[in-house]
Design a protein around this ligand. Sequence first.
Ligand SMILES: CC(C)(COP(=O)(O)OP(=O)(O)OC[C@H]1O[C@@H](n2cnc3c(N)ncnc32)[C@H](O)[C@@H]1OP(=O)(O)O)[C@@H](O)C(=O)NCCC(=O)NCCS
Length: 175
Amino acid sequence: MGISCLDIFPGRGVMRDSDFKARGKVRKRILSVIFLLPAWFSPHSKLRVIFHRLRGVKIGKNVEFRYFCIIGNVHPYLITIEDEAVVTAGSVLLEHDNAHYYAHGGEVNFGPVVVKKRSFVGIHSVIMPNVTIGERAIVATNSVVADDVPPDTVVGGIPARVMKSLDQGNEIIKY
Ligand SMILES: CC(C)(COP(=O)(O)OP(=O)(O)OC[C@H]1O[C@@H](n2cnc3c(N)ncnc32)[C@H](O)[C@@H]1OP(=O)(O)O)[C@@H](O)C(=O)NCCC(=O)NCCS
C-alpha cells in the first residue's frame, strides 16, 4: 500500500505525549473518540473499516475488522493495516504504553504498529507498540505479540513465539 508509520516517526523508541501535542494532534484525538463506538460495533466489516479510517487509522484495500477491535485508541494514525489483512474480534493494537508513567512517573512509550499484507490477527490478541506483523503471517488466538513477526509464519502464546513457517501458498514447510 506504500504507507508506513515510520514515514511519520522515523526510527523506533520512546516518544513523549508533549511531542504529539506539539504536532497539533488534539483535533485528530477528538475525531478518534467520536468514531470509536461505530468503529467497534457497526454491523458490517466495511462500515467498521470506514469508521476506523475516519478515526485516523491507515487502512489498505479489502481489510477486514471484526467486532470490538481496539486499534490505537489514543493515536490511531500510528497504526497501519495493509491490503487484505484481517483483524479479528476483541484484538488490541496498542500504539502507546503508559504502564511506567502510572506506576512510578516514568515515560509513556509510543510506537507504530504495522500489520502487513494478507496477515491475520487471531481473536483476543494484543499487539504491542513498535511491532510489525509480516506479510501473510498468522497470529494465533489469544497471543501477546511483543516482537516483530516474520512474514509467512504462525506465531502464538504469551509472549508470542514462532510456531510454524509457511510458504507463500500457505503450505506448512517447517514446525
Ligand atoms: C494458530 C492456528 C492458525 C494454528 O492452527 P493450525 O495451523 O491448524 O495448527 P494446530 O491446530 O495443529 O496447532 C499447532 C500447535 O499450536 C498450538 N496452538 C494452536 N493455537 C494456539 C494458540 N492460540 N496459542 C498457543 N498455542 C496454540 C496447538 O496446541 C498445537 O500444539 P502442538 O503442536 O504442541 O500440539 C489456530 O490455532 C488459530 O489460532 N487460528 C486463529 C483462529 C481465530 O482467531 N479465528 C478468528 C475467527 S475467524
